[in-house]
Design a protein. Structure first.
Length: 364
């Protein structure tokens, strides 16, 4: 998978930019706060249909405009496609001139992104790790995103009902309706998450060993707060229903749903110790990077296409040996990497360099 042309209009501080990237490494350099990460973000939007930095569309639009427009030509599965995204009053996606919903669009262009914000995978709470896994699965299986949305909607409805039951006990039997719906979607979410994490862990330890010179072992496991066992979706469904029924009394008192995959976590351990609590800054960064590169390896195994790598401010945090190891691992990928130090460019063969200053992008 390769980006062959990118046009950016009124996206954050980039008013008007066109680039033709290299099929290998593309170094995007310049001082801080000039727009380097904005360029990576514009590419990522074609993968996840949302930013990895902000949830508000108005933050993506240049202050002097009412809409942002992104256009990208890319090659994938032996064909060239044109993608277009317009952000203004809502979002408009086009693929080769045909209008698509975000769910339909996801999976057409594949990329992985790593930036300093992704240290939250290790440093922050369970939500960030669930989001990482859910986004990764949705990229491979767009229908998963729809199941997740339906699950979250059903959880919200049950939570509203739990609060109403304090004053309207006659609504008690309505719990059956929402619990059946929750169990239906939860069974699929749990099954997909377990399968994905099992696949991811096949790659992450090897990648982490390479980054850490083979000194440490990284392990990743799905941690269910309330264990819902089952070898099939049907068994997971029945056991999820049983868990919801058993939690009713407590949930009515608390006013929210206390069991289900929205409460689960992903354990990330280094040599058997939780990375969030016991990992050093360097270990945590290496673990997060290994998870993101492992995500790319899973994408390739499912799609037979190598995803595009978007690496934001990674080189400055690695010593020269780890920089070499990382670039060696990424050989054959199309890579977009940001940095402040122009000296990094001299270490990379077969690359293009783009200088970014105040939202203006120039090929060097």
């Amino acid at each position: 998978m390769k980006v062959t042309e990118l046009e950016v209009r009124n996206f954050r501080n980039i008013k008007n930019a066109e680039i033709e990237p290299h099929s290998g490494v593309n170094v995007i350099f310049g001082e801080n706060a000039q727009g380097k990460t904005n360029l990576l973000e514009s590419i990522w939007l074609f993968t996840a249909c949302r930013s990895f930095r902000s949830s508000k569309d108005n933050e993506l639009i240049n202050f002097n405009s009412t809409k942002a427009e992104l256009s990208m030509d890319f090659s994938a599965w032996d064909r060239v496609q044109q993608a277009h995204l317009e952000i203004g009053e809502g979002r408009k996606f086009l693929l080769s001139g045909i209008k698509k919903s975000p769910t339909q669009f996801m999976g057409e262009f594949l990329a992985v992104v790593f930036s300093p914000v992704h240290l939250s995978l290790i440093k922050e709470g369970p939500y960030e790790r669930r989001r990482f896994v859910d986004t990764a699965i949705s990229q491979l299986k767009p229908k998963y995103a729809a199941s997740l949305a339906q699950y979250n909607k059903a959880i919200q409805q049950r939570n509203v009902l739990l609060k109403d039951l304090v004053y309207h006990s006659e609504l008690y039997d309505t719990l059956d309706v929402w619990e059946d719906r929750i169990a239906f979607f939860a069974s699929e979410i749990i099954r997909q998450r377990i399968g994905y994490i099992n696949k991811l862990s096949q790659y992450t330890d090897e990648i982490y060993r390479g980054i850490s010179s083979g000194k440490e072992k990284l392990s990743i496991n799905y941690n269910q707060q309330t264990v819902v066992w089952g070898d099939s979706r049907e068994e997971l469904y029945e056991n999820m229903k049983a868990q919801l029924f058993a939690s009713r009394k407590n949930d009515i008192i608390c006013g929210y749903t206390s069991v289900g995959p929205h409460r689960d976590d992903i354990n990330v351990e280094i040599d058997g110790l939780i990375a969030k609590s016991f990992g050093s800054q360097g270990q945590q960064r290496s673990a997060a990077l290994a998870m993101k590169l492992g995500e790319a390896a899973v994408v390739k195994s499912f799609s037979d296409e190598q995803p595009v790598a978007l690496l934001d401010d990674v080189m400055s945090e690695l010593d020269s040996k780890r920089q070499e190891d990382l670039l060696s691992y990424l050989n054959g990928w199309q890579v977009f990497v940001t940095c402040c130090d122009k000296a990094h460019i001299e270490k990379i063969n077969h690359a293009k360099a783009f200088f970014v200053e105040d939202g203006t992008i120039k090929e060097m």
